[in-house]
Design a protein around this ligand. Structure first.
Ligand code: ADP
Ligand code: MG
Length: 317
């Protein structure tokens, strides 16, 4: 297959078509129309084999995750995802691999109604970069800054499954097959919360997506907002698998610092709590802490004893 055959076979059709895409794949650049009254949100994320996913990861999961991590960034800004470009570097033109990769990418693109409008295809060590663009009504973006003392701290979904999934994949821990499948699917197919992010416009005072662990990512909110926080470990939302197979301490450590969960962490002022209850269904989010004036993050039990966290989030350098 030539580079052009790869593009036309796997990255041209079967992705959602949107009326705001004037020119998609096939020209020197894509041309799109931003709706009136909207601002453009742009984000980019790269997945490198061996760094962001083990080389045993299924190609359809790699395709899915390459978009999922970008949709998660849109979620954190409260943006509505619209378009993506794909820079794909792979060691060879493997027909089966490309078909499955493209299928995984398409699956999530259909769910989020994101058009693939262009990209770049090169040979080299397996590396996937997706750049995403989305819309936000002018001046209504969620940001990392904006949290105030007294605001509640919330997270969507459940935390720590992806970290346990990675430990399983690496053979560091062994679970019954069904439990292992569950946590590995949480690692390989996270559920980006872009609908929740949009619903939180005008309600959340700050937001971030959890890619490096709650402690590290909430830390960014605290730093950019110039505040501190207490997080109550007993309130952290944990899946049945974590509650069944791990000690509480291990589960809390995974939830706080393993990362790769791609849930949202956001803060809400007390006078907007009723708006929050109307915006998101009960059970889809959990109150885990409170923003405070005193700088720093304190992970505590209900009686305020400190919980010793084991390690910080993942850092590349
Ligand atoms: P150029 O030489 O002008 O950079 P390319 O030959 O790299 O163009 O790409 C040809 C067309 O195919 C462009 O429209 C580009 O956006 C698109 N394209 C290339 N690779 C991909 C890909 N992996 N996914 C989607 N579109 C791609
Ligand atoms: Mg090119």
């Amino acid at each position: 297959m030539t580079e052009f055959e790869i593009i036309s076979n796997y990255f041209s059709y079967s992705f959602p078509l949107r009326p705001d895409v004037i020119l998609g794949v096939g020209d020197d650049a894509a041309i799109c129309t931003v709706p009136a009254g909207m601002q453009l949100a742009l984000a980019i994320d790269t997945l490198v084999e061996g760094v962001h996913f083990p080389s045993t990861t299924a190609p359809e999961d790699i395709g899915y995750k390459a978009l999922a991590v970008n949709l998660s960034d849109m979620a954190a800004m409260g943006a509505t995802p619209a378009w993506m470009t794909l820079a794909l570097t792979c060691p060879n033109a493997n027909d089966q691999w490309l078909a499955k990769f493209s299928q995984g990418l398409q699956e999530l693109a259909q769910a989020a109604q994101v058009s693939l409008i262009g990209g770049d295809t090169t040979r080299g060590p397996l590396t996937i970069t997706v750049q995403i663009a989305g819309f936000i009504p002018t001046n209504s973006t969620l940001q990392r800054r904006g949290a105030q003392p007294g605001d509640g701290i919330y997270v969507t979904g459940q935390l720590g499954d992806a970290g346990l999934g990675l430990a399983c994949t690496r053979g560091q821990i062994h679970l019954p097959p069904e439990a292992q499948r569950y946590v590995e699917s949480r690692l390989n197919r996270p559920t980006p919360r872009w609908q929740e992010g949009q619903a939180l416009r005008g309600i959340a005072s700050s937001a971030i997506d959890i890619s490096d662990g709650l402690a590290a990512d909430l830390g960014h909110i605290l730093q950019q907002s110039g505040v501190g926080a207490s997080v109550f470990v007993e309130d952290l939302p944990l899946s049945k698998v974590l509650r069944t197979y791990l000690s509480k301490e291990t589960a809390w450590n995974l939830a706080l610092s393993a990362g790769d969960d791609y849930e949202l962490c956001f803060t809400v002022p007390p006078n907007r709590e009723s708006m929050l209850q109307r915006a998101l269904p009960v059970g889809t989010y959990t109150h885990v802490g409170i923003i405070e004036q005193m700088l720093g993050l304190r992970c505590v039990f209900k009686d305020r004893r400190e919980f010793p966290i084991e390690k910080g989030g993942y850092q590349h350098f």
